[in-house]
Design a protein around this ligand. Structure first.
Ligand SMILES: [Fe+2]
Length: 450
């Protein structure tokens, strides 16, 4: 197995760094919060923060200490309490959960054993135990912790009261952002979707397989708040023509009229609440906190459609010069601050047109970072999919109930984000950090097959 630019993948070093980064973030999301606030449920959609904290520790105990380390573990009695499948989020506050101090002690004690296990484990690429080869299970747990950190970030966004998180604003858009073409052409032809080689790719990203994609046009940048406001002003939320029947029913039942966290200000414009701050909605920023139905309706109103998942991935990874799929839009190098808005460096998306160094060969920008992007596709297994390391990781979610999101948002860590990474959620979900871009067919405009 090789890492970026052909360097051998140093699994123990990568595992240690990824687990340390995740823990720093977990603490940054829970340390500034009072005990009462950690125990409180800020929305029936979310767990109390203290549940996520101990669940992170429990999963780490289960997979790294007990499974990888073959040790007895610290608190196997907690498994049932922190099993996400046994207790829906709304029921979690009523459980006899560990208190904040106990939960902090628990995750610390588990981590101490994890370091001993990591030091004692052979993570070479060629060992037959798939869980340990390339340190996969350590990478899986770092991704798990980061994904719960993202969920906890969503809880922070839902909680009311004074702000407790802060981060510098992203840099302004580069000079050429205003003159970028509205859309980029992705030529027709086959490309490799998914991966069989990325060391820490999860089961649903595998295996790599060839997909034929017809030529299409894709928005160069995600749809902005300014563009979305035009849809609102044009009566988009009141016109059933733009909505699927389910989407229209949902709008009528819930009274949706703008993205979540937006309010009309006295001058007829829009303000939003962002991690406890109320501010004017910035027109140039990618729109955030819209559900799939809203994204789909906007696209229809604009005379376009959402991209399929395969189209999104081809636009993000396919390099026509070499015919191969890259790890990221810009190449195989790990994401840096010049490439993408990831890792909670900022607590909002960057202006549309940012990160020219992160552009894909197609010319599209911000495919990675800033906002998760809804695609038109259901969450389905790739041909040859095999559940690993357990069925509940992905397999039980496949089917038409969930729509795929791609690309990651500002609050996603690089370890849990790559060109092949797949996220999924219900089409009504708005508290996640999701936006979108639109596409259209380009039949006959690409001069034939590539
Ligand atoms: Fe989990």
């Amino acid at each position: 197995m090789t890492g970026p630019a052909g360097h051998p993948f140093d699994a123990p070093t990568a595992a240690r760094a990824a687990l340390e980064t995740a823990r720093r973030r977990t603490m940054a999301l829970t340390d500034p919060v009072t005990d009462a606030d950690l125990i409180a449920q800020h929305s029936p959609l979310m767990s109390p923060l203290v549940w996520d904290l101990a669940h992170i520790g429990n999963q780490e105990e289960l997979w790294l200490v007990r499974e990888a380390g073959r040790r007895p573990g610290l608190r196997p009695d907690l498994d049932t309490l922190y099993d996400a499948f046994q207790h829906p989020r709304a029921d979690r506050p009523a459980l006899p959960l560990l208190g904040p101090a106990e939960a902090r002690d628990y995750v610390k004690a588990v981590r101490a054993e994890t370091w001993e296990v990591l030091d004692a484990t052979d993570t070479s690429a060629d060992r037959p135990e798939r869980l340990l080869a390339d340190g996969f299970v350590f990478g899986m747990l770092a991704q798990h912790e980061q994904q719960h950190d993202e969920t906890m970030l969503a809880t922070h966004q839902l909680r009311t009261g004074p702000a407790v998180l802060d981060a510098p604003a992203p840099p302004p858009a580069p000079a050429d952002a205003a003159t970028l073409p509205r859309e980029v052409l992705v030529p027709a032809g086959r490309f490799t979707m998914g991966t069989s080689t990325e060391p820490w790719a999860l089961d649903n990203e595998r295996p790599g397989h060839e997909v034929d994609v017809a030529a299409f046009w894709l928005d160069t940048v995600p749809v902005t708040n300014g563009a979305y406001q035009e849809f609102i002003a044009a009566g988009g939320y009141r016109d059933p023509r733009w909505w699927t029947p389910e989407g229209w029913r949902h709008v009528q039942q819930t009274g949706l009229e703008a993205p979540l966290f937006w309010s009309r200000d006295t001058g007829g414009g829009w303000t939003r609440r962002r991690f406890g701050h109320v501010e004017a909605v910035p027109a140039e920023e990618p729109v955030l906190h819209v559900c799939w139905y809203e994204a789909d309706a906007y696209a229809r109103w604009a005379g376009r459609r959402l991209p399929t998942e395969a189209e999104w991935e081809k636009a993000a990874r396919y390099d026509p010069a070499t015919g191969r799929s890259r790890r990221y839009p810009w190449g195989d190098a790990e994401p840096g601050p010049e490439h993408a808005n990831l890792g909670s460096r900022h607590l909002q998306p960057s202006p549309a047109g940012s990160y020219p160094a992160g552009a894909a060969p197609s010319g599209a920008r911000q495919l990675i970072g800033d906002v998760w992007e809804w695609t038109s596709s259901d969450f389905d297994p790739y041909p040859g999919f095999a559940p690993f390391p357990y069925k509940e990781y992905s397999d039980v979610f496949f089917g038409p109930d969930y729509k795929v999101l791609r690309g990651g948002a500002f609050g996603v860590d690089p370890v849990a984000c790559r060109g092949t990474f797949r996220n999924w959620d219900y089409p009504i979900r708005r508290q996640i950090f999701a936006g979108f871009r639109t596409a259209r067919d380009a039949s006959g405009e690409d001069g034939g097959r590539a």
